[in-house]
Design a protein around this ligand. Structure first.
Ligand SMILES: C[S@@+](CC[C@H](N)C(=O)[O-])C[C@H]1O[C@@H](n2cnc3c(N)ncnc32)[C@H](O)[C@@H]1O
Length: 276
């Protein structure tokens, strides 16, 4: 099955690509410590054992690929951002990282025992195409797993920033239209997208991650520079609005002070399935 780009898919894809090229420099010190926490549960649901052939799609700095290699898997990390691929190669020089697109994987059918995507799906113009592609490159019996953030009511870091932006700034800032950021936070949506692609043996559960940062200001900086959509929306605010949003974020995060910094709940949805 091939996917024709939807109306705005190309514009959104290019916007995300440009965004990740910029954000790569900030990502490791902002979201990286958080996303890396999902690595082991993600590898567990796709049952990575020594010798397994794993594809880590949207590999970013390479956390999942590195953890799988440490389990003895043969790993390829794939990301469409050259800056991310360079970052991953610098950090893990013995692992193969390639530039390529999740929506059109540059691999033949039936090539991998497992495919994973840690926090990639919510950045794609055509996430369903990526799920079908994962299915295509898996061997029969192969396992697929992905993670996304829970809804902003639960993933507090997003909730606080988005609420503050609604209250003190503009949420419509002319970004290219993309699929809803929290679409796959819904377990039923995960199940139906996976089963449409042909997966069976579906499982969806939540992981209770905690984002520890040195300060509330560090979380605001992460939102401002470490991602794409939220970062672009914040950067499009007027200086006054941005200052007001920042104040509101810092105020609301006071309740999450812990030790020398903050600890903010950021639960994650972990979904998986098998290609029979
Ligand atoms: C939130 S980061 C996740 C990185 C990493 N998996 C982790 O666990 O931290 C999202 C990654 O998806 C990549 N990405 C976004 N759209 C992509 C696409 N269409 N094809 C391949 N990679 C993509 C970005 O370049 C970025 O590295």
């Amino acid at each position: 099955m091939t996917f024709e780009p939807e109306n705005d898919a190309t514009a959104f894809h290019d916007f995300e690509h440009a965004g990740w090229q910029r954000a790569a420099a900030h990502y490791v010190s902002t979201f990286g410590t958080l996303t890396a926490q999902a690595t082991e549960p993600l590898l567990d649901v796709v049952t990575i054992a020594p010798g397994a052939r794993l594809l880590d799609v949207a590999s970013g700095p390479g956390y999942v690929a590195a953890a799988a290699a440490a389990r003895g898997a043969t790993v390829i990390g794939l990301d469409f951002s050259r800056s991310m691929v360079d970052e991953a190669r610098r950090r893990y020089p013995t692992i193969t990282f390639e530039e390529g697109d999740a929506e059109a994987l540059p691999f033949e059918d039936d090539r991998f025992d497992a495919v994973v995507m840690n926090f990639g799906l919510l950045h794609l113009a055509q996430p369903d195409a990526a799920i079908h592609e994962a299915f295509r490159v898996l061997v029969p019996g192969g396992r697929y797993g992905f993670t996304v953030w829970a809804r902003p009511e639960e993933a507090v870091g997003f909730g606080v920033v988005l609420r503050s932006m609604e209250a003190h700034g503009r949420t419509k800032v002319g970004l290219p239209d993309g699929p809803p950021f929290f679409r796959f936070s819904d377990a039923d949506e995960c199940r139906s997208a996976l089963s449409r692609a042909g997966f069976t043996g579906l499982a969806v559960r939540k992981l209770p991650l905690l984002w520890r940062l040195p300060s509330a200001a560090a979380l605001f900086e992460a939102a401002l520079h470490g991602g794409v959509r939220t970062s672009a929306a914040l950067q499009a605010q007027t200086p006054d609005a941005l200052a007001a949003i920042r104040r509101a974020v810092l105020d609301e995060l006071q309740q999450y002070a812990q030790g020398d910094g903050i600890a903010v709940p950021m639960p994650v949805v972990l979904a998986s399935g098998t290609k029979e």
